[in-house]
Design a binder for this molecule. Structure first.
Ligand code: HEC
Length: 129
C-alpha cells in the first residue's frame, strides 16, 4: 500500500516541483534576445536587422509573425536556425521574435501552443526546399 506520506510528497512535488522545473528552461522573449539574438541583432552582424533600426523593423512588422517566426526557427540566409542556439525551445524563439517586433510598435501577445506548432511545421517545410 502506498503510504499517505509518500502520496502527499509526490503530490507536492507535482504541484510545486514540476512548474518550477519547467520555468527554469522557459525564458522570456527579452531574456532570449539578451542571451542569443543580441549577438547579431544589436550591431547588425552578418547583415542582421539591428534592433535599433526602426525603418527595417517596421517593414518586418508588416511581414508578420507567420513569416518571421518560421524564419527565426529554421534560419534564413545568413541567420542560423534559432540564432545558432539549439537549446532554445520553439516557444522561446517565438517569444523573442514577439519581443523584438513589439519594440517597433507591434502588439503581439504570448504565442499559443497551436501557433507555435504551425510555425515549426512551416519552418520544416521551408528547410526542405
Ligand atoms: C549569427 C547571427 C544571428 C543571430 C545570433 C540571430 N540572428 Fe536573426 N538574423 C540574422 C541575419 C543575418 C538576418 C537577416 C537575414 C536575411 O534577411 O538575409 C536575421 C533576420 C532575422 C529576422 C527577420 C527574418 C525575415 O523573415 O526577414 C528575425 C525575425 C530574426 N532574425 C530573429 C532572430 C531571433 C529571435 C534571434 C535569437 C533567437 C536571432 N534572430 C538571432 C542573424 C542572426
Amino acid at each position: 500500500m502506498i503510504s499517505s506520506r509518500l502520496l502527499r510528497s509526490t503530490l507536492l512535488a507535482a504541484l510545486l516541483g514540476w512548474p518550477w522545473l519547467a520555468r527554469a528552461e522557459d525564458k522570456s522573449g527579452q531574456e532570449v534576445y539578451n542571451q542569443t539574438c543580441i549577438v547579431c541583432h544589436h550591431g547588425g552582424l552578418l547583415g542582421a536587422p539591428k534592433l535599433s533600426d526602426g525603418k527595417r523593423w517596421s517593414r518586418l512588422v508588416k511581414e508578420g509573425v507567420d513569416d518571421l517566426i518560421p524564419a527565426a526557427l529554421g534560419g534564413i540566409r545568413q541567420m542560423p536556425a534559432k540564432g545558432g542556439n539549439p537549446n532554445l525551445s520553439d516557444l522561446e524563439v517565438a517569444r523573442a521574435v514577439v519581443w523584438m517586433i513589439n519594440q517597433h510598435g507591434a502588439q503581439a501577445g504570448e504565442p499559443g501552443e497551436a501557433a507555435v506548432k504551425g510555425w515549426r511545421a512551416k519552418a520544416d517545410r521551408q528547410k526542405k526546399r
